[in-house]
Write a protein that binds this ligand. Sequence first.
Ligand SMILES: *Cc1c(COP(=O)(O)O)cnc(C)c1O
Length: 458
Amino acid sequence: MNERSMPRTRLTGHNWLIEGAPQDKMPEVGTEALVAKRIIEQDIVLDGIPERNLATFVTTWMEPEAQEIVAENLHRNFIDHAEYPETAEIEQRCIRMLADLYNAPGETTGARTQGSSEAIMLGALSLKWKWRERRNAAGQPVDNPNLVFGGDVHVVWEKFCRYFDVEPRIVPLQPDKYTIGPEDVEPHIDENTIGVAAVLGTTFTGHADDVVGINDLLLGLKSDRGLDVPLHIDAASGGFVWPFLYPDSKWDFRLEQVRSINVSGHKFGLVYPGIGWLVFREKSDLAEDLVFYENYLGKTDATFTLNFSTGSSMVLAQYYNLIRFGRDGYSFVMNVMKENSEFLASRLEAAGPFQIVGEDEEQLPLVAFRIADDADVPYDEFDIAWQVSAERGWMLPAYTMPPKAEAVKMLRALVKLNLSRELVATLADDIIEACETLEKKGGASKHERKQVKTGVGY
Ligand SMILES: *Cc1c(COP(=O)(O)O)cnc(C)c1O
């Protein structure tokens, strides 16, 4: 090396400008903090910008004060209840507030989870255990449990069935019917049914299953056939929407057969990813066998979780939101999103070749739309998704509906708190402009349709 030239590594500590990032082996020697940071920053430049992610139900904006709470508590392991009893108490406050929001009749119990997926695994395990208790008490076989739900559920329900050996009984959708009701569920229920799962705010169109109808059906089965089948509500998205937008609509513990509810704090609970909740109607709805007691952290502690160690930040951030917004604030926020969704829907319907799906029904703050049946255009929904991404970087998902509505292609835009009216207007213009471009150049209409279900399951 020329004596006067500075060694490249002295400039940066690592030749990251002219060498690739370490990928397969941990480097023998580390690098400077700034360089490690730069390598990561360079990589994720190619990720999408979360604010333009119209696909996700998950929070992409929190207040600076909430972010401070998150950042200041990253070093606090949530599971150390003995060491951090106040954090544990704050978890319990959140559970009590949610149980109250969902009209639990009395004292209840629940759990903080990593998201709705963990909450659903735990809730459904409790359904399985409780079913087994009932069957054992009646001296009947316990080798053939099944769970009934619609094709409009999130992928986690099939996951539960496979992981925990329960037969899934899935009610198919229809080309013009994207939620389920009692008439769909009834033929599938028998004495081996551990429960029925209904969705409040589906991933596909944001609507709710007919929870009141299903509850009535189950009450009828209880009185007529002595079958006590519990109802679990997957309110991953809807649990923070319905109480504020549709407070008179009954879907929660006001309905007798509803025994457990899950909700994602990181969706419309407005917290960054990593928090979900499971709430039981009564303490007795949690199978006692699933609770483990240990004292190796210094004090006898009960846990009902699939994970163990995790951060405290998101629990504290959830509590922050609950007390910061209150019912009044959540109502305001949900109404803002709803009004902006309606604005987007009306613009798309007026200026584009679109029909909006179920806009007059109770729905999450989103617009589910597709090319109108009578529109004669040389492109499809997948082409539109591609074109708006190319023109402006919006991530707008296109997908096919679950069986037997798979012939239907859909587009869906979540309208969350990070979309101001100005941005919503721009988004509408951008989608319409993308259609105009496609009108001229035509669509590719060749699309990867596999794994659609996991593709939309945020
Ligand atoms: C998002 C979602 C889930 C999974 O929730 P996570 O919090 O992402 O684990 C389950 N069910 C429905 C209806 C959802 O929208």
